[in-house]
Design a protein around this ligand. Structure first.
Ligand SMILES: [Zn+2]
Length: 128
Protein backbone atom coordinates (compact mmCIF):
# COMPACT_ATOMS: atom_id res chain seq x y z
CA UNK A 1 0.00 0.00 0.00
CA UNK A 2 2.68 2.49 1.02
CA UNK A 3 4.82 1.87 -2.05
CA UNK A 4 1.92 2.14 -4.40
CA UNK A 5 0.81 5.33 -2.70
CA UNK A 6 4.30 6.77 -2.99
CA UNK A 7 4.32 6.26 -6.74
CA UNK A 8 1.09 8.11 -7.25
CA UNK A 9 1.74 10.60 -4.46
CA UNK A 10 1.92 13.60 -6.76
CA UNK A 11 -1.49 12.92 -8.09
CA UNK A 12 -2.96 12.94 -4.59
CA UNK A 13 -1.09 15.89 -3.18
CA UNK A 14 -1.45 18.09 -6.19
CA UNK A 15 -4.64 16.89 -7.81
CA UNK A 16 -2.57 16.12 -10.90
CA UNK A 17 -4.60 15.29 -13.95
CA UNK A 18 -3.88 15.82 -17.61
CA UNK A 19 -4.99 17.81 -20.59
CA UNK A 20 -5.44 16.77 -24.20
CA UNK A 21 -3.06 18.66 -26.51
CA UNK A 22 -5.42 18.23 -29.43
CA UNK A 23 -8.85 19.23 -28.10
CA UNK A 24 -8.11 20.76 -24.68
CA UNK A 25 -10.27 18.39 -22.61
CA UNK A 26 -9.01 17.87 -19.06
CA UNK A 27 -9.16 14.66 -17.03
CA UNK A 28 -8.74 13.50 -13.48
CA UNK A 29 -7.39 11.01 -12.79
CA UNK A 30 -5.14 11.23 -15.86
CA UNK A 31 -6.06 9.12 -18.88
CA UNK A 32 -3.81 7.54 -21.51
CA UNK A 33 -6.16 8.37 -24.33
CA UNK A 34 -8.48 11.38 -24.59
CA UNK A 35 -12.07 10.36 -23.91
CA UNK A 36 -13.33 13.16 -26.12
CA UNK A 37 -11.23 12.89 -29.30
CA UNK A 38 -9.17 9.71 -28.86
CA UNK A 39 -5.82 11.52 -29.00
CA UNK A 40 -2.83 10.05 -27.16
CA UNK A 41 -1.14 13.42 -26.83
CA UNK A 42 -1.78 14.40 -23.25
CA UNK A 43 0.27 16.46 -20.79
CA UNK A 44 0.20 16.60 -17.00
CA UNK A 45 -1.82 19.43 -15.58
CA UNK A 46 -2.76 20.54 -12.08
CA UNK A 47 -6.49 20.50 -11.59
CA UNK A 48 -8.40 23.40 -10.06
CA UNK A 49 -9.16 22.80 -6.39
CA UNK A 50 -12.73 24.01 -6.45
CA UNK A 51 -15.90 22.74 -8.02
CA UNK A 52 -19.48 21.70 -7.32
CA UNK A 53 -21.06 18.53 -6.02
CA UNK A 54 -22.71 16.60 -8.84
CA UNK A 55 -23.92 13.69 -6.77
CA UNK A 56 -23.24 12.31 -3.32
CA UNK A 57 -23.83 9.28 -1.18
CA UNK A 58 -23.29 8.12 2.36
CA UNK A 59 -21.64 4.81 3.16
CA UNK A 60 -22.59 3.09 6.39
CA UNK A 61 -20.45 0.03 5.77
CA UNK A 62 -16.83 0.93 6.45
CA UNK A 63 -14.24 0.58 3.71
CA UNK A 64 -10.97 -1.11 4.72
CA UNK A 65 -8.84 1.53 6.42
CA UNK A 66 -11.77 3.86 7.00
CA UNK A 67 -13.40 2.02 9.90
CA UNK A 68 -13.25 5.08 12.15
CA UNK A 69 -15.04 7.24 9.60
CA UNK A 70 -18.53 5.82 9.39
CA UNK A 71 -20.77 7.14 8.00
CA UNK A 72 -18.50 8.12 5.15
CA UNK A 73 -19.67 10.87 2.80
CA UNK A 74 -18.57 10.42 -0.79
CA UNK A 75 -19.26 12.80 -3.62
CA UNK A 76 -18.54 13.24 -7.29
CA UNK A 77 -17.29 16.78 -7.69
CA UNK A 78 -17.15 18.52 -11.02
CA UNK A 79 -14.11 20.78 -10.96
CA UNK A 80 -14.10 24.17 -12.62
CA UNK A 81 -12.45 22.71 -15.72
CA UNK A 82 -15.11 20.02 -16.11
CA UNK A 83 -13.01 17.14 -14.76
CA UNK A 84 -14.80 14.91 -12.25
CA UNK A 85 -13.36 13.66 -8.99
CA UNK A 86 -14.73 11.03 -6.62
CA UNK A 87 -13.73 12.11 -3.12
CA UNK A 88 -14.63 12.02 0.54
CA UNK A 89 -16.41 15.07 1.99
CA UNK A 90 -15.13 16.02 5.45
CA UNK A 91 -15.61 18.75 8.08
CA UNK A 92 -19.02 19.64 6.70
CA UNK A 93 -22.45 19.51 8.39
CA UNK A 94 -24.56 16.80 6.80
CA UNK A 95 -27.27 19.21 5.63
CA UNK A 96 -24.76 21.21 3.60
CA UNK A 97 -23.73 18.23 1.52
CA UNK A 98 -26.07 18.64 -1.41
CA UNK A 99 -26.06 18.62 -5.17
CA UNK A 100 -24.77 21.90 -6.54
CA UNK A 101 -22.95 22.93 -3.37
CA UNK A 102 -19.50 24.49 -3.85
CA UNK A 103 -16.66 22.29 -2.66
CA UNK A 104 -12.91 22.74 -2.39
CA UNK A 105 -10.02 20.33 -1.99
CA UNK A 106 -8.11 20.12 1.27
CA UNK A 107 -5.25 17.88 2.32
CA UNK A 108 -6.18 15.53 5.16
CA UNK A 109 -4.84 12.44 6.80
CA UNK A 110 -6.16 9.46 4.91
CA UNK A 111 -4.90 6.59 7.03
CA UNK A 112 -1.99 5.34 9.06
CA UNK A 113 -0.09 2.50 7.44
CA UNK A 114 0.07 -0.09 10.19
CA UNK A 115 3.29 -1.74 9.01
CA UNK A 116 5.48 1.30 8.52
CA UNK A 117 3.74 3.68 10.92
CA UNK A 118 3.65 6.14 8.05
CA UNK A 119 0.78 8.62 8.00
CA UNK A 120 -0.66 8.96 4.54
CA UNK A 121 -2.20 12.20 3.38
CA UNK A 122 -4.38 12.88 0.42
CA UNK A 123 -7.06 15.16 -0.89
CA UNK A 124 -10.57 15.34 0.49
CA UNK A 125 -13.19 18.01 -0.05
CA UNK A 126 -15.07 20.41 2.19
CA UNK A 127 -18.24 22.27 1.27
CA UNK A 128 -17.97 26.05 1.21
ZN1 LIG B 1 -8.85 15.32 -26.99
Amino acid sequence: MAIQFWRIRDRYYRLMGNRCDDCGAEFFPPVYRCRDCGSRHLADKDMPRTGRILTHTQLHEPLPGFESQVPLNLAVIELQNGARVLAQIVDTPQEKIETGAKARAVIRRVQVDGDSGQILYGYKFVVG
